[in-house]
Design a protein around this ligand. Structure first.
Ligand code: ATP
Ligand code: MG
Length: 297
């Protein structure tokens, strides 16, 4: 219960509940709420993983709801590590992670919501999107050449395109939520200074060299445009049925704690429970037991 209360407080703290007033600068990337260090939050971190594992078992057994978790962030904000943490206690059969990179030519032959729609989680499962259709209002907005390289009929590309995309995404998410998909969206908010520190450590530490990408450093030159695109996206697409959480990401342990808390809080709201065995099923089970006992070894 102590954990449930803390999870609720953490979730509420980073939930974008008044999207029209949302400003990215109001969230401090270095915030750690009431915790001073990961040592301080150790118990809650472990409890968070355990609670998620319990909820996931019920989700799977009940087989009615699906959970869709969307992760967006600037490079090196810690998406991969956070996803690993969230999944660490979860049965791999009940969870799937999909990463979305620059679209392939097959993907460009379809509308932009096609590839993610094909990857939506089944009922009873948790689906994690590492990047998503939101790239269409982020990287594609920052680099408008991508919009023109896509095969959309040019006359449909007007000054209303971003507003239309927000509307279509909101409509899709409303539709999914009406069909039993719980959606939670996370923007891992890292500061520009911390990103630089993490890029430098990828260069300096041999075990991290593989993570380094020159393209990421070039992309950093568009930092302000990305922050603007994120702010606009979050303002237009944080809704009751598919809320955004803007999670401080300068301290990895805290990012993990806050994300797990928001997922836990969302899944708890579903009232998940193991299916009840009714009288007819109970008598089937008793008959099966009797048959099994009568059979030869
Ligand atoms: P990591 O770097 O941690 O491995 P990542 O998510 O950054 O993970 P990358 O392969 O480095 O993975 O990058 C994927 C790239 O694909 C990102 O730069 C992203 O902006 C880009 N991308 C994703 N969707 C689209 C899209 N629809 N149009 C253009 N670019 C996209
Ligand atoms: Mg990358």
């Amino acid at each position: 219960m102590k954990h449930a209360k803390a999870a609720r407080e953490l979730a509420d703290r980073y939930l974008v509940s008044k999207p029209h007033r949302f400003r990215l600068k109001d969230v401090d990337p270095a915030d750690t709420w009431k915790f001073k260090s990961d040592e301080d939050a150790k118990e809650l971190l472990a409890e968070g993983v355990k609670q998620l594992s319990d909820l996931q078992k019920k989700l799977y057994a009940q087989d009615k709801w699906a959970v869709l978790l969307i992760f967006q962030a600037m490079d090196a904000a810690g998406k991969d590590g956070t996803i690993d943490h969230v999944m660490s206690g979860i049965n791999p059969q009940g969870c799937q992670v999909c990463s979305f990179k620059a679209p392939t030519s097959t993907e460009l032959d379809h509308d932009y919501l096609w590839r993610t729609t094909c990857a939506l989680p089944e009922r009873g499962r948790i689906g994690i999107f590492n990047r998503s259709y939101y790239e269409e209002t982020l990287v594609v907005r920052v680099h408008s050449e991508y919009l023109h390289a896509a095969k959309i009929p040019p006359k449909l590309i007007t000054k209303h395109i971003w507003k239309e995309r927000y509307e279509d995404i909101n409509a899709l998410e409303r539709y999914l939520s009406r069909n039993g998909v719980l959606i939670r969206k996370f923007f891992l908010h890292v500061s520009k200074e911390e990103q630089k520190r993490r890029f430098l450590s990828r260069l300096e530490e041999p075990d991290k060299n593989w993570k380094f990408s020159l393209a990421d450093v070039k992309e950093r030159e568009h930092w302000d445009e990305y922050q603007d695109a994120y702010e606009k996206t979050i303002r237009h697409t944080s809704t009751k049925h598919a809320p955004w959480f803007v999670i401080p990401a300068d301290n990895k342990w805290f990012t993990r704690l806050a994300v797990a808390a928001a997922i836990h809080d969302g899944m708890r709201s579903l009232g998940l429970a193991y299916p009840k065995v009714d009288a007819a099923k109970k008598s089937d089970l008793a008959a099966a037991r009797a048959t099994l006992l009568k059979q030869k070894d």
